[in-house]
Design a protein around this ligand. Structure first.
Ligand SMILES: Cc1ncc(COP(=O)(O)O)c(C=O)c1O
Length: 346
């Protein structure tokens, strides 16, 4: 099939046909990072998706606009989601349900590898309770999809109509196509010509950026920085990208080889802070007054720092770093971060 570039208005029109609820404050700001740019010798801007507005913000608010939109269009009254105990997705799901008058059930698991992070009702988990979610815990090795199905069945038996959020989910692709369209407009207005979009990626968010960039024929490099070691990332991202494109009637097709994605900055594993990530957090906080989280965005920004230091990014490049949120998890990591931040007991 020949790929035909489509217009922004055409993409907006196709997105407009999907069920969607309004949850985020959009567009999120696109801001320069002047002090970090000067230090690294690369022009860097930040897309503030940590400011999507719902319950401390984050990228999942965009996903949920379409995911919950679909659920409501099917007449569902309970949303079932699940992930790690400090899940940002679950926290935003709980908040969205509260706002929309839906019941929220969350299936959470502890990460066996993060010994320092016990299941304390702290950070995201504390917020899940605040938003009134029905919180269930499962063993670290349990299949989350089956556990979500089990909880959905329970609700079904009680006469509810549950909607299970699956992973990876096309809604995220739609949400980040919206984000890309926002960026195109903001860059035009601000006179910015980006060469790279770099962000934390475990699959879905990146698919939306790729669909948008390819559909519009942009030469922006979309680089995903993985927060976890899981093989097959390129394949998964390509597959989801192609599904999102197909659902929107676009002729875009990507191969795994075309996907720019790396697991180089994960460190020991998912949820385990890296020294480079902690340095990135300090740099962003102390030069720009912006908070990164230790699980996702710190590792993504550590990648930008490493790429600038190695000469992969230079003054010829203009980078948009997408801050995908996650900041409430910071507080759950207090035992790990307190020393690194140089805090002393009062
Ligand atoms: C803060 C943050 N950034 C990035 C990601 C990765 O997003 P995605 O799974 O849509 O690729 C997540 C996913 O949980 C997240 O919570």
């Amino acid at each position: 099939m020949v790929e035909v570039a489509v217009s922004e208005s055409e993409l907006w029109e196709r997105l407009g046909k999907l069920p969607r609820v309004s949850l985020a404050t959009l567009p999120t700001p696109l801001e320069p990072l002047p002090r970090i740019s000067q230090m690294l010798g690369v022009q860097i801007f930040i897309k503030r998706d940590d400011l999507t507005g719902l319950a401390f913000g984050g990228n999942k608010t965009r996903h949920l606009e379409f995911g919950i939109g679909q659920a409501i269009s099917e007449g569902c009254d309970v949303i079932v989601n699940g992930a790690a105990a400090q899940s940002n997705y679950c926290r935003q799901t709980a908040a969205a349900c509260a706002k929309l008058g839906l019941k929220c059930a969350l299936v959470l698991r502890r990460l066996p590898e993060v010994e320092a992070i016990k299941i304390e009702p702290q950070g995201n988990l504390l917020l899940d309770y605040l938003f009134g979610a029905d919180v269930r815990f499962v063993e670290p090795d349990e299949d989350l999809e089956l556990a979500k199905d089990r909880v959905a069945d329970e609700y079904r038996c009680k006469g509810h109509k549950p909607f299970v959020i699956r992973y990876p989910d096309v809604s995220a692709g739609y949400g980040y196509l919206v984000c890309l369209l926002e960026l195109v407009e903001q860059c035009r207005r601000m006179g910015i010509k980006p060469t790279h979009i770099i962000h934390s990626s475990s699959t879905p968010t990146q698919s939306g950026f790729i669909v948008g960039a390819k559909s519009l024929g942009l030469d922006w490099k979309v680089i995903g920085i993985s927060p976890l070691k899981r093989e097959g990332g390129h394949q998964r991202i390509a597959e989801l990208t192609n599904i999102v494109a197909e659902n929107l009637g676009l002729s875009v097709k990507v191969t795994p080889e075309e996907v720019l994605f790396t697991m180089e900055f994960v460190g020991e594993g998912y949820g385990i802070p890296t020294p480079e990530g902690i340095e990135a957090m300090k740099l962003m906080a102390q030069l720009e007054g912006i908070v990164l989280d230790p699980v996702y965005t710190a590792k993504a920004f550590a990648a930008i720092i490493a790429m600038a230091k190695s000469g992969q990014l230079t003054k010829e490049h203009t980078v948009i770093f997408v801050h995908t949120g996650g900041t409430p998890a910071l507080f759950a990591y207090q035992p790990v971060l307190v020393e690194a931040f140089g805090a002393s007991k009062p």
